[in-house]
Ligand binder design. Structure first.
Ligand code: LLP
Length: 418
């Protein structure tokens, strides 16, 4: 469920008309609903209440400071994967004791910053990384809490690019290596190896692969008599973009809670998309209609530089008019909704039945709150879009759109060329 709904013929976000926001902010822009963010966070928290989990929102899915602040203020922790995300976490006022840090390629300076910040846990992904953290902890004279990310080798049935829990991916450590590390923990005198972590993939619709991975890890912990306090079960819960029937927070909890409760471990979750995905839309304006002998195109003022998911994963995003024309609704036509970028891969939808639209009409690309803005780029020297959030009936620009000056910031032409 989300708070982007029609009132009469117009699409609203939490009771604020989207065309009014567009008139004030200009298109394209990302629009987030505060209430939807919190509703989704609360759904997970409530479903897992029996184990009182720490819910660390995955910053990579939407890292806007206002989004992070909204969640942090309501009790969330954060899952980070870089020094930049740590910086954002701190700017959003996150409690470092609720921050967990994953990623296969943490740099020395990033590790140092996180050690100094006193984060809850590093989710360690290789033996060499563990050794690096040990060296850094020793030189800073600190004891550092780490969890080992296990690659449980389960197939999560999702797009290959976002499946992370299979043995052949770069993520995590195999069970034997993990066992070896626990057995030789004395080699890491400055580290407390306090947890195990998994994250098997993203946009997973069914609880079965989670259950399988959790069982594998808990079986391993028990059989090998491994002593830890934390079990981080990652993120990856799928959402509805089109006709999907993903597990709900409740049905997911029902399947995995008995296992988690029995383990007696402190549970951490790292949802990104589940919280942010349907909390955001991308609002765009129609620039032109174009009909060729083969196809009809609707050309809009946003594209793969703002939302790359359709181009990269052939992801489906529903596209709806901000103002409904009842007559037009009756005559949908199959069109490609495309952007201005000079690539054939620059599309938001292909062969999509849409009511006829005119130059200047506004469209909303739904389900764009996760991996939308965070994966955007300046390709074709297009300034990045603004981000706007509706909170309790008012809208706030939470990131200005970029300007041309931003595009060349930091660039220098050497004297030689002058
Ligand atoms: N934890 C870790 C360690 C992760 O790598 C990720 C996402 C998450 C949590 C959050 O996963 P979520 O709950 O959002 O599924 N760009 C892709 C998704 C990449 C996911 C990367 N890792 C997309 O647009 O579909």
């Amino acid at each position: 469920m989300h708070e982007f709904k029609y009132r009469g013929n117009e699409l609203y976000c939490e009771g604020v008309g989207i065309s009014g926001i567009a008139a004030s902010v200009g298109t394209p822009f990302y629009l987030y609903s505060y209430k939807t963010l919190l509703d989704h966070y609360n759904k997970l928290r409530d479903a897992f209440r029996p184990v009182k989990p720490l819910i660390c929102f995955s910053v990579k899915s939407n890292s806007n400071l206002a989004v992070l602040r909204a969640l942090v203020k309501n009790g969330a922790g954060l899952d980070i994967v870089s020094g930049g995300e740590l910086y954002r976490a701190r700017r959003a006022g996150a409690d470092p004791k609720k921050v967990v840090y994953a990623g296969v390629g943490k740099r020395r300076d990033e590790i140092e910053d996180a050690v100094r910040a006193g984060i809850l846990l590093f989710n360690v992904e290789s033996k060499e990384e563990l050794e690096e953290i040990q060296r850094i902890a020793a030189s800073l004279r600190k004891r550092v809490n780490v969890a080992l990310r296990i690659n449980p080798d389960v197939a999560p049935h999702t797009h290959a690019y976002v499946a992370t829990g299979k043995g052949e991916t770069k993520f995590g450590l195999d069970f034997e290596t993990v066992y070896g590390i626990f057995a030789s923990h004395k080699r890491y005198p400055n580290l407390n190896i306090r947890g195990v972590h998994i994250h098997i993939g993203s946009q997973i619709l069914d609880a079965a692969p989670f259950e399988k991975a959790i069982k594998k890890v808990l079986g391993f912990v028990k059989n090998r008599r491994i002593s830890v306090d934390y079990f981080n079960i990652g993120g990856g819960l799928g959402i509805i973009y089109s006709m999907e029937h993903p597990q709900t927070a409740r049905s997911f909890a029902k399947r995995v809670l008995p296992l988690l409760k029995r383990s007696g471990l402190k549970i951490i979750l790292e949802p990104g998309r589940f919280i942010s995905g349907n909390s955001g839309v991308l609002v765009t304006k129609v620039l032109y209609n174009k009909t060729t002998p083969r196809k009809k195109f609707v050309i809009v003022d946003t594209g793969m530089s703002d939302l790359i998911r359709p181009s990269l994963y052939e992801a489906y995003h529903n596209i709806v008019p901000v103002r409904i024309d009842r007559d037009a609704q009756r005559h949908p036509e199959k069109v490609d909704v495309v952007g201005p970028i000079c690539e054939s891969g620059d599309f938001l939808a292909k062969d999509r039945p849409l009511p006829p639209v005119n130059k200047g009409d506004l469209l909303a690309v739904m389900g764009a709150g996760a991996y939308g803005f965070t994966m955007s780029s300046n390709y074709n020297s297009r300034p990045r879009a603004a981000e706007v959030m509706v909170i309790k009936g008012k809208f706030y620009v939470v990131r200005e759109s970029e300007n041309y000056g931003d595009l060349v910031r930091g660039e220098k032409v050497p004297k030689e060329l002058k």
